[in-house]
Design a protein around this ligand. Structure first.
Ligand SMILES: Cc1ncc(C[n+]2csc(CCOP(=O)(O)OP(=O)(O)O)c2C)c(N)n1
Ligand SMILES: [Mg+2]
Length: 584
């Protein structure tokens, strides 16, 4: 909506707080919302119905917030979710922290007690504001019905600025049910705050100059890109810099898709799991870190890279720079803006740089080919149970360039982080690396599918994660979502079992799951369900899932039960363990 129709569409007059909430969201053009009702927010639900807005009942508020989070990643517009007083509100916590750590814009509502009776043992009452406050970028307690639009305006401004994040509005029952005479101007909206990033800050010019000088001198510069590239949508700027200056690009799990994985300058994942990137990092003489926190997984528990390699760090949160590794040049700013400025500062050197680095970049496809040859036995494996590498290869083959793969916490995320190839830049791989909870896959897939109708969406996760949230198959079916869910069925909390195998000499405790037929469960729930025990069956099953446009398909993929073979690696590296080590 441009501003003119929005302005002529402003509501006014007497209405309750819930109606004011819904009216504001209507004007903000939010997408489908997810939540579970309770008495406190019912006026909001009633208004949504009257205004014809899309809101989906979810079977667990955490899943509603996961769906909203994934929706926001695909659209860069705040995802909206709600929970009622007490348990509804506390169920939001895990998914809100995912959004907080991943920098995802979200607006969440929690119903709260009627202030006329608070602290008198009301049903469902708890100290939810204290519980939720550290889970969000900002928690806003709405104390007056009249202030609903003003505080929602604030919520959008916070959610979409700087590093975006979730904002929670805690709405007491009497504020939601209470009425006020609103003026049309109360509903004014700043359209720039409806999408992240709402504003872009550029790094200091002197610092850009220093960074450019460092890059110009480097023989083996390497870009390390994190999830910030998606938040900033800096794809073109990244590709332009990498190509103009002949600089290869490695990515974190969250940064996958900064450039296409299939691009000759892409060196794939770096950190805990890597194809060729880790070696390139160690051999580099200038690392350019873009929108990446350099946390545990990216740095192999802070062992990588060596501190002797000069590092340029471009990051939108100033205090993130230097937190895990000292930066020789700190660039505080938006990823896209900073990349554009670097490219401009380096423009004169382009041809010279490309000539100087010709041998260096020519190595990349050769090294990648050598890696692929080494990995071929696993990528092409015909073994039963199915090898995870083969499953990833089949995903690479089956998923078209514009599709979205949502990857759950646990092994599925790491395996696909390592082996899945995005074919174009953009949000085509969505892992929940903010908090790395298991159980994100199915609800995240619902949010992504609703955000990109017509786009093939596949959600992959473990059987443990699926067990946690499989009630949302009902939601997906009700929503008519043609989502393909790949359940990596290893009859185990595999990550835990693999660690018990490696570190505790196979003394397994609470890491086995009972054998289940998830395809049959899906069919019983009115969804499509296919069990796949032979890798040759994967292409047809994936094709059937992608062809199903109006109900979910569960692909129950039977993979190895051997805990010695679960760790995501395509080679035979044995794990060396010292006391206190974390091996994966
Ligand atoms: C909510 C939550 N609890 C625990 C963990 C720790 N954890 C990481 S992976 C994993 C195993 C998950 O099992 P499953 O989903 O079957 O995946 P698998 O490792 O078997 O592929 C666990 C328990 C987590 N990430 N999130
Ligand atoms: Mg499992």
């Amino acid at each position: 909506m441009t501003d003119a129709p929005r302005a002529s569409n402003l509501p006014s007059g007497r209405m309750n707080g819930g109606r004011a909430m819904a009216e504001f969201l209507r004007l903000a053009e939010v997408g489908p919302m997810f939540g579970m009702g309770g008495f406190q927010l019912l006026p909001f639900y009633d208004a949504l119905a009257q205004l014809g807005m899309r809101h989906f009942l979810i079977n667990d508020e955490r899943c509603g917030a996961f769906a909203a989070e994934a929706y926001a990643r695909v659209t860069n517009r705040p995802g909206v979710c709600d929970g009622t007083l007490g348990p509804g509100a506390t169920n939001l916590v895990t998914a809100l922290i995912e959004g907080l750590n991943a920098g995802t814009p979200m607006i969440a509502f929690a119903g709260d007690t009627n202030r006329g009776h608070s602290w008198k043992n009301m049903t469902q009452e708890c100290r939810q504001v204290e519980i939720l406050r550290p889970a969000v970028k900002e928690l806003i307690r709405v104390e007056q019905t009249s202030r609903v639009p003003e505080l929602l305006r604030r919520a959008f401004a916070v959610a979409t600025s700087g590093r975006p994040g979730p904002v929670l509005l805690d709405v007491p029952e009497d504020v939601c049910h209470g009425e006020h005479d609103f003026a049309a101007e109360d509903f004014a909206i700043d359209p720039t705050t409806l999408r992240a990033p709402s504003r872009r800050i550029r790094p200091d010019r002197t610092d850009i100059g220093r960074a450019a000088a460092l890059i110009a001198r480097a023989k083996r510069p390497l870009i390390l890109v994190g999830g910030g590239i998606h938040l900033s949508q800096g794809y073109q700027a990244l590709l332009a810099l990498a190509e103009a200056q002949s600089i290869p690009v490695a990515h974190t799990m969250s940064g996958k898709g900064g450039i296409a994985c299939t691009h000759p300058l892409s060196t794939g994942l770096f950190g805990r799991y890597s194809r060729i990137s880790n070696e390139l990092i160690e051999a580099s003489d200038c690392l350019i870190v873009i929108g990446c926190k350099l946390g545990e997984i990216a740095t192999k528990r802070y062992a990588l890279p060596s501190r002797s390699i000069p590092l340029i760090h471009l990051e939108v949160v100033a205090e993130e720079i230097g937190r895990c590794l000292p930066a020789e040049v700190a660039l505080w700013g938006d990823a896209r803006a900073g990349l554009e400025d670097l490219a401009e500062a380096l423009a004169d050197d382009g041809r010279q740089a490309r000539a100087a680095r010709a041998d260096y970049v020519a190595e990349i496809p050769r090294q990648m080919a050598a890696w692929r040859e080494d990995a071929a036995a696993r990528l092409d494996s015909a073994e039963r149970p199915i090898h995870m590498a083969r499953l990833c290869r089949e995903l690479n083959r089956a998923l078209p360039a514009h599709s979205i793969l949502v990857a759950d916490g646990g092994f599925a995320g790491h395996w696909t982080g390592l082996l899945y190839d995005t074919k174009t830049a953009g949000r085509h791989f969505i892992p929940d690396r903010g908090l790395a909870s298991i159980g994100y896959g199915l609800p995240g897939g619902i949010g992504a599918a609703l955000a990109a109708p017509g786009t093939p969406v596949v959600a992959i996760g473990g059987d443990g994660g699926f067990n946690m949230t499989l009630g949302e198959l009902e939601t997906a079916r009700r929503a008519g979502v043609g989502l393909t869910v790949v359940v990596v069925n290893n009859a185990a909390s595999g990550y835990v079992k693999a660690l018990q195998h490696a570190m505790f000499r196979g003394r397994y405790q609470s890491s086995d799951l009972v054998e289940m037929d998830y395809a049959a469960i899906a069919r019983a729930m009115g969804c499509n369900g296919i069990r796949i025990e032979d890798p040759e069956g994967l292409p047809a099953a994936l094709a059937a899932g992608l062809a199903e446009r109006s109900r979910p398909t569960v692909l129950d993929v039977i993979v190895t039960r051997d805990p010695a073979r679960m760790l995501p690696a395509v080679d035979n590296r044995t794990v060396e363990i010292r006391q206190g080590d974390r091996v994966a």
